[in-house]
Design a protein around this ligand. Structure first.
Ligand code: HEM
Ligand code: HEM
Length: 194
C-alpha cells in the first residue's frame, strides 16, 4: 500500500491519521460522558475520567497538526461521480471537520482551570499558568479567569461538544455509509481497503 495519496485512494499515512483521530474522538467522548453519567463529583474516578478527556483532546491537537502538514504534501484523491452540490457539501464538511479538530482542543485547553496530567505520565500546565495568559488576558483584556472562561466553556461544551460536533461527525459517517451501501461507490474504500 502506498504511503502517499494517489489519484484514487488515500495513502496509508493519511488513513492511519484519519482512523487514529476517530479513535481519539471516541476516547475523548467516552471519558467525558463516563464522568457525567457514572461518577460522583470529587471522587478519584471523576478526576481520572476528566484527565483522560483532556489527554485524548490534547493528543487530537498534536495529531491534527501532523495531519494538516501531511495533507499539504499530498494530492487529495478525486471525488466519486455525484452532483456539484454533493461535491461542494463534502468539501465544506471536510473543512468543518478540520475546524472542529482544531477548535475543540484549543477551546478546551484555554478554558480549563486545571493542569492536564497527560495520561498520568507528565503534567501540561493549564493556560491560566502561562505567560501568554498573563499578557493577553490579565494585562491586556483585564479579565479574571472566571470571566474569560465562561464564553469559551459555553462554546466548547454547550454549542460544540453537545451539538455541533455530534451533528457533523454523524452526518459525515452517515454520508460515508450512504456512499458505500446505497450509491455503492468507492468513497469508503478510498479511506479503508482501497
Ligand atoms: C476534539 C477534542 C475535544 C472534544 C470533542 C471535546 C468535547 C467535550 C464534550 C462533549 C464535553 C462535555 C459537554 C457537556 O455535555 O457538558 C466536554 C467538556 C469538557 N472539556 Fe472537552 N473536548 C475536547 C478536547 C478538550 C481538551 C483538549 C480539553 C482541555 C485540555 C478539554 C476540556 C474540557 C473540560 C474541562 C470539560 C468540562 C468537563 C465536564 O463537562 O465534565 N476538552 N468536552
Ligand atoms: C465512523 C466514523 C467515520 C467514518 C466512517 C469516516 C469515513 C470517511 C471517509 C470514507 C472519508 C473519505 C471521504 C472522501 O474522500 O470523500 C473521510 C474523510 C475525512 N474524514 Fe472521516 N470518517 C469518520 C469519522 C471522522 C471523524 C471523527 C473525523 C474528524 C473529526 C473525520 C474527518 C475526516 C476528514 C477531515 C476527511 C477528509 C480528509 C482529507 O481529504 O484530508 N472523519 N472519512
Amino acid at each position: 500500500m502506498a504511503f502517499k495519496n494517489t489519484k484514487n485512494n488515500y495513502g496509508s499515512i493519511a488513513k492511519w491519521l484519519h482512523w487514529t483521530i476517530v479513535a481519539l474522538f471516541l476516547g475523548s467522548y467516552c471519558a467525558v460522558y463516563f464522568r457525567h453519567w457514572f461518577t460522583e463529583e470529587k471522587t478519584p474516578e471523576n478526576w481520572t475520567a476528566l484527565q483522560l478527556h483532556l489527554s485524548f483532546g490534547i493528543t487530537i491537537a498534536a495529531v491534527v497538526i501532523l495531519r494538516i502538514i501531511w495533507r499539504n504534501f499530498n494530492q487529495t484523491p478525486g471525488q466519486e461521480p455525484g452532483t456539484k452540490l454533493a461535491h461542494i457539501s463534502a468539501h465544506i464538511g471536510h473543512y468543518a471537520l478540520y475546524s472542529v479538530m482544531i477548535l475543540m482542543p484549543l477551546s478546551g485547553y484555554i478554558g480549563t482551570g486545571v493542569n492536564t496530567e497527560f495520561f498520568f505520565l507528565f503534567d501540561i500546565a493549564k493556560f491560566e499558568a502561562t505567560s501568554i495568559y498573563q499578557t493577553l488576558v490579565t494585562d491586556w483584556l483585564g479579565l479574571s479567569f472566571k470571566k474569560f472562561e465562561e464564553p469559551i466553556d459555553f462554546f466548547h461544551k454547550e454549542i460544540m461538544g453537545k451539538w455541533a460536533v455530534w451533528i457533523l461527525i454523524l452526518g459525515h459517517a452517515m454520508a460515508a455509509m450512504y456512499h458505500h451501501f446505497v450509491a455503492k461507490d468507492r468513497t469508503l474504500k478510498k479511506m479503508t481497503t482501497g
